[in-house]
Design a protein around this ligand. Structure first.
Ligand code: HEM
Length: 150
């Protein structure tokens, strides 16, 4: 149970920083400093010319792994309620959508509708991860959903 809580809390913390970095990428106009996909011009190596965009992609990759891990542990958990399982599945769909959309945003050179959709899907993702974190918080010390009261 503690693992699922730690995972959910870490996911929301990392996702929050990703949204913060994404806002900074957009507001400071550095969205095309990594013009390629999926890697930046120097491959896996960061460089000061594109460090903000590089951070956005790196933190996005970390977030995706955390969201998928949260889903896997939520689905496995006997104590997790159905609503949490559904939220974790929607979060995984949203994170896959965000990565795909992120690539299209680059290929389409920051088309306004695509960037706005990227922001909107980010909000959906954040809401689902928040729901998971709230349910995980309530799970503390709870018995599995199907366990009989003695
Ligand atoms: C979980 C994954 C992701 C989330 C939650 C996320 C979230 C965000 C947010 C909230 C913004 C700010 C949007 C705005 O202020 O209008 C943003 C901007 C941006 N994101 Fe992501 N992002 C993710 C993944 C990616 C990926 C994988 C890429 C691929 C390159 C990407 C590329 C961009 C770009 C280029 C911008 C700046 C757009 C502009 O200059 O206006 N994002 N992201």
């Amino acid at each position: 149970m503690l693992l699922l809580q730690a995972l959910s809390y870490s996911t929301i913390a990392v996702l929050f920083s990703l949204i913060f970095i994404g806002g900074y990428v957009s507001a400071s106009g550095v969205g095309l400093t990594c013009p390629d996909w999926p890697l930046c011009p120097q491959g896996l190596l960061p460089h000061e010319d594109f460090i903000i965009e590089y951070s956005h992609r790196t933190v996005a990759a970390t977030t995706s792994m955390l969201v998928i891990a949260t889903m896997a542990f939520t689905l496995k958990s006997k104590a997790a309620p159905k609503a949490m399982k559904i939220a974790s599945l929607i979060a995984t769909g949203a994170v896959i959508g965000q990565i795909t959309l992120g690539a299209i945003v680059i290929v389409e050179r920051l088309h306004a509708i695509l960037v706005t959709t990227h922001l909107g899907l980010g909000i959906v993702l954040f809401s689902m991860v928040l729901i998971c974190a709230m349910y995980a918080h309530k799970l503390n010390g709870k018995k599995p959903v199907h366990a009989k009261a003695q």
